[in-house]
Design a protein around this ligand. Sequence first.
Ligand code: KIV
Length: 283
Amino acid sequence: MTERTRVTIPYLREKKAQKKPIVMLTAYDFPCALLEDEVGIDIILCGDSLGNTVYGFSGTTQVTMDLMIPHTAAVKRAAPHSFVIGDMPFMSYQPSDETAIRNAGRFLQEAGCDAVKLEGGEEMAERVRAISRAGIAVQGHLGLTPQYVSALGGFKARGRDAAGALKLIRDARIIEEAGAFSIVLEAIPPEIGRIITERASIPIIGIGAGPYTDGQVLVIHDILGLLPGRKAKFVKQYCDLESQIRSALAAYKQDVESGGYPAAEHCYGIDPKVLETIESDLK
Ligand code: KIV
């Protein structure tokens, strides 16, 4: 983008057609979304990964709509150009089509976002169809789907055996036919990512799905090095904010304890005559 245009679904489709990589990244708050929009991130996902990155939960199943909405709204307020997606949390769409439409609608009405994302293949196709028929753009999410990680037996790559890969390829087709405008593929072999991307007419975004997808998505805390602990194999870290923040915190503590902060430039002035009046009044 030379001119700052607003990212739309036709714009994303055009990028796929022209084989220009789509850049997607998570954000959960105003300051990060402001910077992501400024540097031209195409899609900002307010992911339910905020359960891990912001709230310190062990997974994403504890995340609720009431947690997601204010974060997504803050992200949208900061990002007038990027395409903002709200991630539908566990149990906000699984129970019924009506629940799914109502909660997808909340993301648009209360958070102002452009689309929603939900996890699951064939078994969630009805929900994708219901949401898109209600006029709400919906992105699918296949492969390693963190909301079902317990049922799936852990955080492992998917589609590494023939049956698993064929199911993924079939699921991608079904989710596209159900009306999804895009699909995220997580933690699958690059070759399977390539097959799905080539067969799809909608943008396919990978996270640990190799280089052949139409775009890439990562979690912002991972690329900034902001969260301690083990990282997934697909993570690339671009800076070490954790140690920078630690040094800044230690320096602030040291400054306050030693009297180095506040200095004169951090203090508000007062007219000496006003001070004199105050002091004589107090005598
Ligand atoms: O919640 C999230 O951050 C996601 C991405 C990993 C795609 O779903």
